[in-house]
Design a protein around this ligand. Structure first.
Ligand SMILES: Nc1ncnc2c1ncn2[C@@H]1O[C@H](COP(=O)(O)OP(=O)(O)OP(=O)(O)O)[C@@H](O)[C@H]1O
Ligand SMILES: Nc1nc2c(ncn2[C@@H]2O[C@H](COP(=O)(O)O)[C@@H](O)[C@H]2O)c(=O)[nH]1
Length: 211
């Protein structure tokens, strides 16, 4: 009982509650998350994950992801460096403890972009985030967005669409997500997102004003 009390106290001291974004690949998680950081750069910080996938054109090492080999990633996993990790579409992805701590040390709300396996695993930790599911309006729209993004091979698109069905079902499980946002019209989805996080945004703003 005392252990649980102290670990909760410690996570409260570590800074504001993180926010987990999850949902099918192509639903618009990064798009919404980047808008949030752009509008509130003194409130939110991004948890930079590690991945074994190759960078896409325009992506930057250390900003979008830490791009590593499977050997390096596996060694980090074995050494307990990750809060969570998962295999997704043939590659490893993971949130390092350092990635979360870097953001929390700045007293910012830490934003995590993770798949449904990551959500299940984060739920076993003391992180205590707010869980937001970003969903596409339909499978057809999702497929179009993935194709139009022009970042995936046909094989990768097929793998992502197959996983998307499970991610869409997962969002309907009671009690998993604090908010489920359908990203149809971007501005509407963004407004919904901001409303869902308003209380936390105001808390951080108040803290930074008084310090
Ligand atoms: N509301 C929207 N309307 C139209 N296009 C959108 C909308 N939201 C995002 N997009 C576009 O859809 C594509 C997928 O969005 P994004 O990359 O943000 O998805 P994601 O969920 O982060 O995907 P992944 O999990 O693969 O990283 C992008 O090209 C983006 O510009
Ligand atoms: N469990 C984790 N999932 C992650 C992490 N970082 C990203 N992701 C998820 O992977 C897919 C694919 O991402 P992409 O950039 O290759 O399109 C997407 O659903 C992300 O949410 C992580 O650290 N852990």
């Amino acid at each position: 009982m005392y252990m649980r009390y102290f670990s909760r106290l410690f996570s409260a001291m570590a800074g504001p509650r993180p926010v987990v974004f999850s949902g099918p690949s192509g639903a618009g998680k990064s798009t919404l998350l980047k808008k949030l950081i752009k509008e509130y750069d003194s409130v939110f910080g991004f948890s930079v994950s590690h991945t074994t996938r190759n960078p896409r054109p325009g992506e930057e090492n250390g900003k979008d992801y830490h791009y590593v080999t499977r050997e390096v990633m596996q060694a980090g996993i074995n050494n307990g460096k990750f809060v969570e990790y998962a295999e997704f579409s043939g590659n490893l992805y993971g949130t390092s403890k350092a990635a979360v701590q870097d953001v929390q040390a700045k007293n910012l709300i830490c934003l995590l972009d993770i798949d449904m396996q990551g959500v299940r695993n984060i739920k076993k930790t003391d992180l205590n985030p707010i869980y937001i599911s970003i969903q596409p309006p339909s499978m057809a729209v999702l497929e179009k967005r993935l194709r139009d993004r022009k970042t995936e091979t046909e094989e990768s698109i097929q793998k992502r669409l197959k996983t998307a069905k499970a991610e869409m079902e997962f969002s309907k499980e009671p009690g998993v997500f604090d908010a489920v946002i359908v990203n149809d019209v971007l501005d509407d989805a963004y407004d919904h997102l901001k409303k869902s996080l308003l209380e936390e945004i105001n808390k951080v703003k108040k803290t930074s004003e008084s310090s």
